[in-house]
Design a binder for this molecule. Structure first.
Ligand SMILES: Cc1cc2nc3c(=O)[nH]c(=O)nc-3n(C[C@H](O)[C@H](O)[C@H](O)COP(=O)(O)OP(=O)(O)OC[C@H]3O[C@@H](n4cnc5c(N)ncnc54)[C@H](O)[C@@H]3O)c2cc1C
Length: 420
């Protein structure tokens, strides 16, 4: 077989990583007739895809925005603030942080916003298409994505995000204090404004959703192996050998979907993406009798309270401290009283604490495209804060691009290219 850039039905495809991105890709490619095998060291949906806020959110705001670098020092000294950066990580990942600062210019932020919304604006329909008629449908709720503000200043300061959404033409509803109360009567009456994105979806149990997608992929012939990937090499015949702790695999095609752990695999296939682990935390509480019906993002505290099927989940923002450091629950613990403020009927006993690694790129865009070293490799990682959201649409784009089935003109694919 030659090094055909077009992936063809009937070929074997090895997907590295069984998170939301790997499993949605497994289903999409299995349906197109590929012989799919997925490798993960744990089961489906047990990485970052396990503990997120469950939002499938049409987002148009890249993290890097004009003015942000000036706000960072204030965020870093605030003990409950949305950001912490470990000094060693700052030094180790300096090229990432320098690039992030460059992406904060008005023109870069606008370009990134367009490219982000080109995917996220189609994320909810892509999810619905992917799981239509399967048991996974019961895990998605059509309740939108709600942000709440406890002060008029907080609402004003958040204007840039609303402006990005409006410029992209995204549906946004601004809510008064009364409207927030009517929508979520079981939130404390402390919120003076709200913003609802009515086309957002909510996954009431993200891990079960990913597992259900994996089950559907298996029904379409995909296999799942529990192995640890150790190394990738491009052989003289152009094929990729994937060495695991169990064996060596030499499939027709390989797709990298290992989230924040993807960098060294991508390096083996000819790219050195700027990818770091942006850690986030959650705490789980028992579900009170009177609960909310959708996630509520308290903007001033950068925290989300999510009514999951297994309890109420508090999720937090960003910590930069690499892939291997132990979790530090200090900031999460400081936000627990805020969760009680949001929902006073919540029992303050924390059932479970968790930390996960978001795969972060400086421009908030995923890395999506054929590997530079060989067309037998494909990158599908780096989905930042939106990996659950973007997984189904990324799987669709990956199939269309790799099989050269014709990509929608609305997808600016070069914005996601591996070498950028
Ligand atoms: C607190 C928090 C809240 C979030 N909220 C949201 C939200 O509301 N909406 C949203 O869209 N996104 C959210 N995210 C982001 C989202 O969770 C991630 O972007 C997404 O889960 C990434 O999916 P993934 O499949 O790329 O990676 P992962 O889910 O991390 O999957 C990668 C897989 O690769 C496997 N792997 C890695 N290395 C190896 C190896 N050497 N051998 C074998 N297997 C390996 C891992 O075991 C893992 O299963 C949130 C994240 C956090 C932390």
């Amino acid at each position: 077989m030659t090094d055909d850039p077009t992936a063809r039905p009937g070929e074997s495809l090895l997907i590295l990583g069984a998170g939301a991105v790997g499993c949605t890709s497994a289903l999409a490619f299995a349906r197109r007739g590929f012989k799919v095998t997925v490798i993960d060291r744990t089961g489906p949906g047990s990485g970052a895809s396990y503990g997120n806020a469950g939002g499938i959110v049409p987002s148009a705001s890249p993290l890097a925005q004009p003015g942000l670098p000036w706000q960072v020092p204030g965020m870093l000294v605030d003990p409950t603030g949305p950001l912490s950066i470990h000094p060693a990580e700052l030094i180790k990942s300096l090229p990432w942080f320098l690039r992030f600062v460059m992406e904060c210019s008005a023109s870069r932020a606008e370009a990134n916003s367009k490219a982000l919304y080109a995917l996220s604006g189609s994320a909810a329909p892509a999810w619905k298409d992917l799981i239509r008629g399967t048991p996974a449908e019961t895990l998605l709720r059509d309740v939108g994505w709600l942000k709440v503000y406890s002060s008029e200043d907080g609402f004003k300061n958040h204007a840039p995000e609303r402006d990005f959404l409006r410029r992209r033409g995204a549906p946004v509803e601004i809510l008064s204090q009364d409207e927030v109360r009517q929508l979520e009567p079981n939130l404390a009456p402390i919120f003076v404004r709200g913003m609802l994105q009515p086309d957002g979806l909510f996954a009431v149990n993200p891990q079960r959703l990913v597992e259900a997608v994996a089950t559907e992929a298996m029904a379409q012939g995909a296999k799942f192996l529990r192995e640890t990937i150790e190394d990738l090499t491009v052989d003289p015949d152009g094929r990729i050998t994937v060495k695991t702790n169990v064996t060596q695999h030499k499939p027709d095609r390989v797709m990298i979907c290992a989230g924040a752990f993807s960098k060294r695999f991508a390096q083996a296939l000819g790219a050195a993406p700027l990818l770091v682990a942006e850690r986030g935390y959650h705490a789980m509480f028992d579900r009170p009798e009177k609960c909310t019906t959708r996630p509520a993002f308290w903007v001033e505290n950068s925290m989300v309270l999510c009514p999951m099927e297994q309890g109420v989940r508090l999720t937090t923002q960003s910590e930069f401290n690499g892939l291997t450091a132990e979790p530090s629950y200090r900031r999460l613990n400081r936000l627990i009283p805020k969760a009680m403020e949001m929902m006073p009927q919540l029992n303050s006993t924390v059932r479970d604490r968790w930390m996960g690694h978001r795969p972060a790129t400086p421009d908030s865009l995923p890395v999506l495209g054929v590997a530079p070293a060989t067309p037998r490799g494909f990158f599908n990682f780096g989905h930042n804060h939106l990996g659950l959201t973007l997984s189904a649409i990324s799987a669709q784009v990956a199939v269309d691009l790799w099989t050269q089935a014709g990509l929608s003109e609305n997808i600016p694919i070069s914005a996601y290219r591996p070498l950028r």
